[in-house]
Design a protein around this ligand. Structure first.
Ligand code: ZN
Length: 248
């Protein structure tokens, strides 16, 4: 039997300390809510919930070395994430193949922008503080991240993100969202970056109970499995190389 995928859940953890609505929706914090779901998923082992205020943001070398896939949620304190830690996460993705699942406002995190190389900015609206309906359409039903999901699902109250989303053209597009106010958004996008894979998934505004939704949680678990590192027997060499065949 193969080893479980080891997942580190990076959760900024600032709104949970400062915003009463967020405290009410996520009394244990968003990261722990995601962990409580992942703890029920066979083949996935959530090894840590790492937060901004932890030493080294919870992303010590020991934690990184054990992590196959990292999820990232940040919003209000992107600038407080240490550049040296961002660089370590970037290297772990691109050189060692760690998967990164970027959630919601992580579109503007240092690590996601570094991996994309574009501004990653977008339109947004938190309609009257209560949000609006979102319908997520599955546009690649053959994709592994689609497994077990219906052709569309809806979130009754959500923050709107709208195009244009300034990202590089995704390698694979899994979901497109429609919003009640009329906008659309590429809400589930996949990229390869070096040895690693990156999945961006849009839902997850902190004042709304998005990470209790069964479809949203299913997408996160599927995204973790898709982004998992591929093991290459003997590793990959990039250096001055002798020919494999006799040349004369
Ligand atoms: Zn938000």
């Amino acid at each position: 039997m193969s080893q479980p995928l080891r997942v580190t859940i990076w959760n900024e953890g600032v709104h949970e300390k400062t915003h009463p609505v967020v405290q009410k929706v996520y009394p244990q914090g968003m990261g722990h809510q995601i962990k409580s779901y992942l703890d029920t998923v066979p083949g996935i082992e959530a090894i840590a919930v790492a937060q901004l205020d932890d030493p080294e943001h919870g992303l010590t070398d020991a934690v990184l070395e054990q992590t196959d896939v990292m999820t990232w949620w940040g919003h209000t304190a992107h600038d407080r994430v240490d550049d040296a830690i961002v660089e370590k996460v970037y290297q772990r993705v691109t050189q060692q193949g760690m998967g990164l699942v970027a959630l919601h406002s992580a579109h503007y995190s240092k690590i996601f922008r570094r991996l994309m190389g574009t501004s990653c900015s977008l339109k947004w609206r938190e309609y009257k503080g209560i949000g609006e309906k979102e319908r997520l359409w599955l546009v690649d039903p053959a994709h592994p991240i689609a497994d077990g999901l219906p052709e569309y699902f809806e979130l009754e109250r959500t923050e709107m993100y709208g195009e244009h989303f300034d990202i590089p053209q995704p390698d694979q597009q899994v979901f497109i969202s429609w919003f009640q106010g009329g906008e659309v958004f590429r809400s589930g996008c996949c990229w390869h970056r070096g040895r690693g894979k990156v999945f961006y998934f849009r839902p997850g505004h902190e004042t709304l109970p998005i990470y209790y939704d069964a479809h949203v949680l299913r997408v996160i678990a599927n995204g973790i499995r898709w982004a998992a590192p591929t093991r290459i027997a003997g590793g990959i060499r990039r250096d001055n190389t002798e020919p494999l065949e006799a040349m004369e």
